[in-house]
Design a protein around this ligand. Structure first.
Ligand SMILES: NC(=O)c1ccc[n+]([C@@H]2O[C@H](COP(=O)([O-])OP(=O)(O)OC[C@H]3O[C@@H](n4cnc5c(N)ncnc54)[C@H](OP(=O)(O)O)[C@@H]3O)[C@@H](O)[C@H]2O)c1
Length: 245
């Protein structure tokens, strides 16, 4: 696989972890499709940053929870660059509450976005990624820790990890790798908005490396997995928590 010619699609690539992954892949020489749902300015900023660094990128709006928009995103990516080598399924939502107090809406939000939209992205990737390509799912360390309050979030991400594990075996004969990366607490808008302050404090206290994770900490792991050096790793769920799990 020639590094320079690869085409990468990052869902939710306009902010947070997805943004760091998109910019990191752009620096490796990949042409990057920066997907976003609503914030076109943020996506344009990522595209600009990649192009200023000498790379190639385009922003494409699509709500990945809508099957038609998701298919349209993959179609547009292939039309624009003629091929697809790397798919990073990054979009996800978190809801935190004890199981006893979890609302039906929280269950639906997690399973609609994390599991169903993740499945839709994996299915498209399975049908479109070139031989020797790479598929990466951004899951969460809560699938390992069983943290109280993470029930429906952890369950929805765990289901997606199982899909990825099976897909890795199905795509192995084509030398396509499929892996999940499981971040711990990472400094993003979602963390600031969605995690109660006392839970965030406890998360940092549990991290042996002694700090909150940064989006680039995750992006570097993804960059390795999609590089030629990652060719012998597939079907794995890789902890990216600074040693917390
Ligand atoms: N942050 C953490 O501590 C942490 C820890 C473990 C796992 N994770 C996982 O890491 C992933 C990224 O999280 P993050 O914290 O970086 O999120 P974030 O900062 O909230 O960024 C969300 C990104 O996804 C896009 N997006 C959201 N819903 C979308 C949809 N339905 N269709 C298309 N794009 C959509 C947003 O675009 P718009 O702005 O245009 O809506 C934005 O680019 C998620 O899967 C999350 O579960 C995060």
């Amino acid at each position: 696989m020639t590094q320079e010619r690869r085409v990468a699609l990052v869902t939710g690539g306009s902010r947070g972890i997805g943004r760091a992954i998109a910019e990191r892949l752009g620096r490796t020489g990949a042409s990057v499709i920066v997907n976003y749902r609503a914030d076109g300015d943020a996506a344009a900023g990522v595209v600009d940053a990649i192009i200023r660094a000498g790379g190639s990128a385009v922003g494409i709006q699509a709500d990945v929870t809508d099957p038609a928009q998701l298919r349209g995103l993959f179609d547009a990516a292939e039309r624009r660059f003629g091929r697809l080598d790397i798919v990073v399924s990054n979009v996800g939502v978190a809801r935190f509450a004890p199981v006893a107090a979890t609302a039906d809406d929280d269950f639906d939000a997690c399973f609609t976005t994390n599991t169903r939209a993740g499945f839709l992205a994996l299915r498209e990737a399975a049908n479109r990624v070139s031989d020797s390509g790479r598929v990466v799912v951004i899951s969460s360390g809560v699938t390992i820790t069983g943290r109280p309050g993470s029930g429906v979030y952890a369950a929805s991400k765990a289901a997606l990890e199982q899909l990825a594990r099976v897909l890795a075996r199905e795509l192995g004969p084509r030398q396509i790798t499929v892996n999940c990366v499981l971040p711990g607490a990472i400094r993003t808008d979602a963390l600031a908005a969605g995690v109660p302050a006392e839970m965030a404090g406890r998360m940092v206290a549990e991290i042996p490396l002694g700090r909150l994770g940064e989006p680039d900490d995750v992006a570097d792991i993804v960059a390795f997995l999609v590089s030629d050096g990652g060719r012998w790793i597939t079907g794995q769920s890789i902890a990216a928590g600074g040693g917390a799990f």
